[in-house]
Design a binder for this molecule. Sequence first.
Ligand code: NAI
Length: 258
Amino acid sequence: MTLFSLKNKTAIVTGGASGIGEAISKKFAAQGAQVHILEFNAENGDRTVAEISAAGGKATFHSCDVSNTEQVAQIVATIAEKQYIDILVNNAGIAHVGNLEGTAVADMDRIYNVNIKGVYNCMHAVIGKMKEKGGVIVNMASIASSVGISDRFAYSMSKGAVMTMTLSVAKDYLDQGIRCNSISPARIHTPFVDGFIGKNYPGKEAEMFEKLSKTQPIGRMGKPEEVANLALYLCSDEASFITGTDFPIDGGYIKLNG
Ligand code: NAI
């Protein structure tokens, strides 16, 4: 028996064309899933689909802003007409740097719309169909959800909500065979991190990369593929007893710092 097979399963991965989401899309396709990438960035969406196809996998790109309720509902309905949606990975997310005073209303709204309402939109669009035969949802939270990160007021707010929305859905849909868990990465080396360093520490990129790597007891940043491995496990039948739980993947950040 092949472990962690997603053969004959259909998966939606939001933000599935960069960093962690791209690694998840590729991993799931390699394990046999038909992957639907709901993604903002068309260039990366097309590239990721082409790379998955070249490797023998099945993937479709859907141009989508997860914060747009109508657009998400329409894309999910189109997919559901043809396939049963077994898996939803809510991975799309954006960042904001700033403490309470450094967070404007516009920042709050922007982070809320993508990181919270985007997750709501996708779960809301999928859940009615997923209730028919059960399924799995994985939401990308962050270590900010449980231990906070300094200077990340809006981001921490949003990732806390991702964790608690996960618990709510896990409880309410347990009887319908839907498992719902969250993953909380610490720093993972993706374009998200490179963008943050480039924007906030111009000219000091290498130094900051080193510094951020050392904030994790294991001494380095995580790799997107390492998060994808955990997402694969949680979405596979091998994780059939796991729901309503958050999984830190953090190089020891939460438990071993200090
Ligand atoms: P990334 O920036 O490399 O990829 C995010 C993807 O989401 C991009 O392809 C982007 O186009 C897409 N996206 C953004 N807004 C969207 C929207 N409104 N609609 C559709 N797609 C949209 O980011 P990365 O690092 O791979 O992060 C993925 C998730 O993991 C995010 O939710 C992030 O908060 C979370 N995370 C990342 C950590 C890290 O260190 N990289 C640590 C903890 C959590």
